[in-house]
Write a protein that binds this ligand. Structure first.
Ligand SMILES: Cc1cc2nc3c(=O)[nH]c(=O)nc-3n(C[C@H](O)[C@H](O)[C@H](O)COP(=O)(O)OP(=O)(O)OC[C@H]3O[C@@H](n4cnc5c(N)ncnc54)[C@H](O)[C@@H]3O)c2cc1C
Length: 404
């Protein structure tokens, strides 16, 4: 196992510049328009597909061909520096990919991951549908039900999913459903719902505080029938797992925990991208804006805010790189992925608020991007495990106790 180093290699520096250029030239100039439209920015996704940035091959490269684990956070920080709403539109499919990769067989991964992206000229989206109206953080409370119909070798899925990124407009939906209600969170499985499957429809589309260029909606599952082959991991493996749980044998919760921890640095990097955008913008502004006859940065109260922002962003990035490396090596000791996500979300919310303060009135109006960055940042305290859920995971990991 290599040693952890936050030093980027040459390939990662090239990657960083490539994504940054796209974020600066294509995403930034379009950010305000798509925030106002509150719609999926299809033309930008198309442009990203044309250069290979929105593609399953790029995602596979980041996930599989990087022994350091740092390429994913490096790329995502730049993308979300451009704009988080557009960034989420480009990365929402990645959530579906993570769901397929976590539970699927090799054949299922090869069959479905490319269909989450489509091809240049015919781009598609993927969606990962777990959350429900009465079950967000409490994943043991999901009610969407999948029942096996032996006669037709099909699964029949019923339920309502909510807050789903790309929900209802995706080509491929990965849906988490209960297969044995008696077993709580251990009685669930993930299913592929292929394109145009009857019974899957979009419910309410939500109007949001931030990341408004990313589509978020309910997904209604009404007698959705999918072939047996759409159960991720396959029936034999599911039956074995359920039998083990019923016998009271230890399940694979440790493996699941490691998987969640491994995806958290990617989310943390997105938040850092927003924080850095706000920091860089407010630093430049503070050097130019004159009040009382001198640039406002000449006041310690402003300069020290910027000093704190730089420090906090670097701290969040170092936690993120460390946890990304640990994720690659399955080397977590006390929920370091959750630590990175917790810290990065808080830093993004705090730094974007400080940036608004530095811009004064200009920070509060939509002609300037800083208020948008602040709206965008807040989601990082909420999705992919709330602030409190990260604290729960960390406190259990450091104490060895079942903290409630
Ligand atoms: C824009 C957006 C996009 C999303 N995208 C997706 C997606 O693509 N797929 C998907 O499946 N889901 C998605 N979600 C759902 C998201 O993951 C949930 O909103 C999140 O997990 C929180 O669940 P909840 O909203 O039900 O809040 P709740 O779980 O009801 O939590 C409410 C509050 O109570 C706190 N709380 C809950 N339990 C505890 C506890 N045990 N201890 C301490 N505090 C607690 C929480 O921290 C929070 O502050 C998305 C949400 C949003 C807003």
């Amino acid at each position: 196992m290599s040693e952890f180093s936050p030093q980027l290699n040459e390939d990662q520096i090239t990657l960083q510049k490539w994504v940054h250029d796209f974020a600066e030239d294509v995403i930034r100039p379009a950010a305000q328009e798509w925030d106002e439209r509150e719609e999926t920015p299809w033309p930008i996704i198309e442009q990203a597909a044309e250069i290979g940035l929105y593609s399953w091959e790029f995602m596979a490269e980041l996930m599989m061909n990087d022994p350091t684990g740092l390429s994913m956070p490096v790329a995502l920080e730049e993308l979300f520096w451009g704009d988080a709403g557009i960034g989420m539109s480009l990365m929402g499919s990645g959530l579906a990919v993570a769901g397929i990769a976590a539970a699927g067989t090799k054949e299922q991964i090869f069959e479905w991951v490319p269909q989450c992206y489509g091809t240049p000229g015919d781009v598609k989206l993927g969606a990962f549908a777990a959350s429900e109206p009465d079950a967000g953080s409490d994943v043991s409370a999901y009610r969407a039900r999948a029942v096996y119909d032996e006669a037709s070798d099909e699964w029949v899925i019923n339920g309502t999913k909510t807050w789903i990124s790309n929900g209802g407009i995706a080509n491929v939906h990965v849906v988490v459903a209960v297969v044995d209600p008696a077993l709580g969170s251990k009685g669930q499985a993930s299913f592929i719902v292929p394109p145009d499957t009857p019974g899957l429809s979009q419910g309410q589309k939500f109007s949001k505080h931030g990341i408004r260029a990313s589509h978020t909606a309910e997904v209604i599952l009404d007698d959705v029938r999918v072939p047996g082959s759409c159960l991720l991991g396959g029936k034999e493996k599911l039956d074995e797992r359920l039998a083990r749980v019923r016998e009271g044998k230890p399940g694979n919760s440790q493996a699941a925990m490691q998987t969640f921890e491994a995806t958290r640095p990617a989310v943390a990097a997105q938040a850092i991208g927003i924080a850095r955008a706000a920091y860089e913008y407010s630093l430049e502004y503070a050097k130019e804006r004159v009040a009382f006859g001198r640039p406002i940065i000449m006041n310690q109260s402003i300069a020290f805010m910027l000093a704190d922002m730089a420090t906090e962003i670097d701290a969040a990035r170092l936690l993120t790189y460390r946890s990304a490396w640990m994720g690659k090596h399955r080397a977590f000791t006390h929920a370091e992925g959750s630590m990175a996500k917790l810290k990065a979300g808080r830093v993004a919310v705090w730094a974007t608020e400080r940036a608004m303060q530095i811009l004064g009135g200009y920070g509060y109006v939509t002609d300037y991007p800083v208020e948008r960055w602040h709206r965008d940042a807040k989601i990082y305290d909420i999705f992919e495990g709330t602030e409190q859920i990260q604290q729960l995971v960390i406190s259990r990991a450091i104490s060895g106790l079942r903290i409630e």
